[in-house]
Design a protein around this ligand. Structure first.
Ligand code: QV4
Ligand code: CA
Length: 512
């Protein structure tokens, strides 16, 4: 009996940590600001065939439309209701996308903005993505409906109603984050409306949620909301599957609120991961790749089973949020490919690959004045479609990091080595390191300014393998470097410090 209760309690607490990825897939990709129609096509033509397990989509809820700055990307983090028409498309297009992605085994995870509505200075009228009327000044959002009683006005005790001191948990949870009208999630009514929104998406077939601004919500309120969520749609998921929940909490240490407070509710974003990996890859603060022998919990990161990891996200790549200085992004492609390769080879955490659009940066005193610029758009403000070039890359200003060979091949690597232990570590006490994943894969990096030339035990069965960084296995032949593994598992590696990509990766399915 006690055992049964323990199972029930423990079962509940771990249920929302499982991303329900299918067909042995292990990574998701954030298709930031993509249109639903483009994501549907991408699931069928690329993500399914290349082994991606899921997509994080931009917030699908009705949002404010900003004129100043013009159609900033962050308008979607200012909901004005829960109708499902947004900059990415209509409810019908959203629904079609969810169905088509699920049908090729690619899950959809929704970015859920439930801490707040639009900014207090958001005005009044119908300048919203579905044209619903709202008034920010009266705190009136009739399409939900929410009225001023549904916001944390009296519960916030700061003079300007905003969060000024991150050292005070009451302030962080009950006051306004950059002026955003803060929902009273302790109210049964508000909890019900938020859960109704999320349940509608679950019933349509999504696999879970990236929950926005979780630091700004009380764990108890979230527990209540998550507890109201339906099981996943049995058309695509097994009976009794709970939605995957990964919660955005920026915890770099030193604040009153810690990531730990949310572990029992779902996974949590580990922001130390990208900040530290960027520092190591850039060789800042005397960091070296050889110090990553105990990467993961050994570096003070959260427990593996709670962690959701990424090299960069839509905020810290453009200086929003916190801890952005060391973050590597597509703007530094050589370092970026190594960082993403390292993340995908390493067993720690559930991994997310970023996919971006390009914008014109304009740094003044180290701050990008154009950090607000939205996705590639037509003059009427509509988002440009993602076009695909013959070499698999994207056009129209879309970067599509997830389509870079070095990155999609490492997504496949992670699938192939899934469940295998971190093994056969080697380093030169500097920035040359190598490690394997049991007998299924092996990766080696040269981030030093001199050449690497070494023979190592890979743990792999003997044979000729194709390096999936410099090329790939195509019709039984290799378009890149070939690596000979002897019957004893040993292989010779040479990586020039001037190579376009100074790392090599082989896995069981790249064997020729
Ligand atoms: C401004 C002033 C306020 C004033 C207000 C008056 O700064 O002092 O009270 O006007 O209305 C935008 C503007 C911001 C503006 C605000 C409200 O940048 O200047 O306030 O709108 O009008 C994104 C952007 C924000 C943007 C917000 C809403 O990053 O710049 O604010 O969307 O459009 C913390 C949090 C963490 C958060 C991170 C950025 O703990 O949760 O900051 N990250 C998530 C998302 C992020 C999003 C939000 C949270 C909010 O990943 O993209 O913020 O939903 O670390
Ligand atoms: Ca709040």
């Amino acid at each position: 009996m006690t055992w049964l209760i323990l199972v029930a309690v423990f079962g509940l607490s771990v249920a929302q940590h499982n991303p329900h990825l299918k067909h042995g897939r292990t990574s998701i990709v954030h298709l930031f600001e993509w249109r639903w129609a483009d994501i549907a096509a991408e699931c069928e033509r690329f993500l399914g065939p290349y082994g991606y397990g899921g997509v994080q989509i931009s917030p699908p809820s009705e949002h404010i439309v900003l004129d100043n700055p013009w159609r900033a990307w962050y308008q979607r983090y200012q909901p004005i209701g829960y109708k499902l028409c947004s900059r990415s498309g209509s409810e019908a297009e959203l629904s079609d996308m969810i169905t088509r992605c699920n049908n090729v085994g690619v899950n959809i995870y929704v970015d859920a903005v439930i801490n707040h509505m639009c900014g207090s200075g958001g005005g009044e009228g119908t300048h919203s993505s579905c044209g619903s009327w709202f008034s920010a000044s009266k705190q009136d959002f009739p399409s939900v409906p929410y009225s001023s009683q549904d916001f944390n006005n009296n519960k916030c005790h700061t003079s300007n109603g905003e969060i000024n001191n991150y050292g005070d948990p009451n302030e962080v949870r009950n006051c306004r984050l950059v002026g955003l009208l803060d929902l009273a999630l302790e109210k049964d009514y508000v909890r019900g409306k938020v859960a109704e929104y999320m349940n509608k998406l679950i019933d349509m077939g999504v696999a879970g949620f990236r929950v926005d601004a979780v630091k700004h919500m009380w764990p108890g309120d979230l527990q209540n909301v998550y507890g109201r969520l339906h099981n996943l749609n049995t058309k695509w998921f097994s009976n009794g599957s709970r939605p995957f929940i990964y919660q955005e909490v920026i915890d770099l240490g030193g604040e009153a609120i810690s990531a730990r407070e949310y572990f029992h509710l779902g996974r949590v974003t580990e922001f130390k991961y990208g900040a530290k990996l960027g520092t190591v890859i850039r060789k800042w603060n005397g960091e070296k790749l050889s110090y990553t022998r105990n990467w993961g919990e050994g570096w003070g990161f959260m427990p593996n089973g709670d962690a959701f990891v990424f090299v960069d996200n839509h905020d810290n790549k453009r200086g929003h949020g916190a801890g952005g200085a060391s973050i590597v992004t597509f703007w530094d492609p050589r370092l970026y490919k190594m960082a993403v390769g390292y993340m995908l080879a390493h067993p720690y955490g559930v991994t997310r690959v970023m996919s971006s659009y390009r914008w014109d940066r304009n740094f003044v005193n180290g701050k990008d004045q154009n950090d607000w610029i939205g996705p590639p758009s037509n003059s009427d403000g509509s988002t440009k479609p993602v076009t695909i070039n013959a070499d698999l890359t994207c056009g129209n200003g879309w970067v599509c990091e997830h389509r870079w060979r070095q990155i999609y091949n490492m997504v496949k690597f992670r699938n192939v080595v899934n469940g295998q232990p971190h093994s056969n570590w080697w380093d030169n006490q500097s920035n040359q390191v190598a490690f394997g994943r049991g007998n299924r894969g092996f990766i080696i990096f040269n981030n030093d300014d001199w050449d690497l030339d070494v023979t190592l035990n890979t743990g792999m069965p003997g044979g000729t393998y194709c390096d999936v960084i410099s090329g790939l296995k195509e019709n039984g032949t290799c378009t890149g470097k070939q690596i000979q593994v002897g019957g004893d598992g040993r292989a010779h590696f040479k990586i020039s410090s001037r190579d376009e990509d100074p790392f090599v990766a082989i896995h069981a399915e790249s064997k020729l």
